[in-house]
Design a protein around this ligand. Structure first.
Ligand code: GLA
Length: 337
């Protein structure tokens, strides 16, 4: 059944007593998926348009057009926004880390630039954004390493994280500030994220939440791992947001390329998982303040190119024709309270 048909309930309305329901959008999908967006989501995140390289390509130039369009779309549709993302090792232009002579920027210069960027961007979208991803993906995936090597870390040192939160809080003391990362439910990485966030909380750095990116698949993480991650982060007294959820039909190691549609087995497993995961989210409604999918419907997902270029994936609860999938019905049909 087409997702905007009157007999399909609005996802965010079903969840109004639980948490916001969000989707990542881009300049194309605010048009191509607009009726699904308007009906089912009350929060959006710009997939790329608020990242450093798109907003601030050269030192004295901010390019807000595409982000402004997305913010206007949110306003027209009465939606709130998540801000993504202020400080990240990726999609950040080289000029940020280089001085006029072409040598590495000094700590002072980089801190100044960080402050300028955070201030300008946050001021612009102040009324609309309820939470910002202040620092994205600072933890290493390598078991022998704590923080991920990056130019932020090299030049500023470990306190680049604390500094970013302090600046963001100064700009807008009312917005909630998040640390956001992936593989957040894998026990080893979970413990490193916990250690980082705990150290910020202990130093009274203004951090309000942990973002679980939730790029998951049909076998990992397990429900028990997700539950343990939510419990662990929430034990620090912080909010949780699910920030980039998708459920790939392929396991990480699975590089097959022969499918033109998901197998029956994949569909069934995906439905079962969506049902269980949302049941778990509902259980933790007191700590989870929003759940954002990293897209809207299966006609567009970044997973079509990752990790296997050009391979179609079907990670969402709406299909390529914007119809509600079995997974959709599994997450809306539950006994409310
Ligand atoms: C990470 C980032 C997102 C996005 C995805 C891939 O999770 O946080 O901004 O780039 O990778 O789409």
């Amino acid at each position: 059944m087409i997702g905007n048909s009157p007999t399909v309930p609005s996802l965010h309305s079903v969840y109004q007593d639980y948490f916001k329901i969000g989707a990542a959008v881009n300049s194309v999908t605010i048009d191509s998926q607009k009726s699904l967006l308007a009906k089912h989501f009350n929060s959006i995140t710009a997939e790329n348009e608020m990242k450093f390289e798109l907003l601030h390509p050269t030192e004295h130039q901010y390019t807000f057009e595409r982000a402004d369009e997305i913010a206007a779309f949110a306003k027209q549709n009465g939606m709130k926004m998540r801000g993504h993302t202020l400080v990240w090792h990726n999609q950040t232009p080289d000029w940020v880390f280089t001085n006029e002579a072409g040598a590495p920027a000094s700590r002072e210069l980089l801190l100044q630039r960080m402050e300028h960027h955070i201030t300008t961007v946050m001021e612009r979208y102040k009324e609309q954004i309820y939470s910002w991803d202040v620092v994205n993906e600072a933890i290493s995936d390598d078991a022998s390493e704590f923080l991920r090597p990056s130019k932020w870390l090299d030049i500023i040192g470990e306190d680049f994280i604390a500094k970013a939160f302090e600046v963001a809080h100064k700009v807008d003391p009312n917005v909630s500030l998040f640390y956001n990362d992936y593989n957040e439910s894998h026990p080893e990485k979970r413990e490193k994220i916990y250690r980082l966030v705990k150290s910020l909380v202990e130093k009274e750095i203004p951090i309000h939440g942990v973002g679980l990116q939730a790029h998951w698949n049909l076998s990992r993480p397990t429900l028990e791992e997700i539950r343990a991650a939510i419990e662990r982060y929430a034990s620090l007294g912080l909010q949780i947001q699910i920030t980039e959820m998708d459920v790939s039909v392929y396991d990480w190691e699975d590089r097959r390329t022969d499918l033109t549609q998901p197998t029956e087995e994949m569909k069934e497993r995906q439905e079962q998982l969506y049902e269980q995961i949302f049941q778990l989210f509902r259980e933790y409604r007191d700590v989870i303040s929003s759940v954002t999918f990293w897209g809207v419907a299966d006609d567009y997902t970044w997973l079509d190119d990752f990790p296997v270029r050009g391979r179609k994936n079907w990670p969402f609860v709406f299909n390529e024709q914007h119809h509600a999938k079995g997974s959709f019905w599994k997450i809306v049909n539950f006994n409310q309270k």
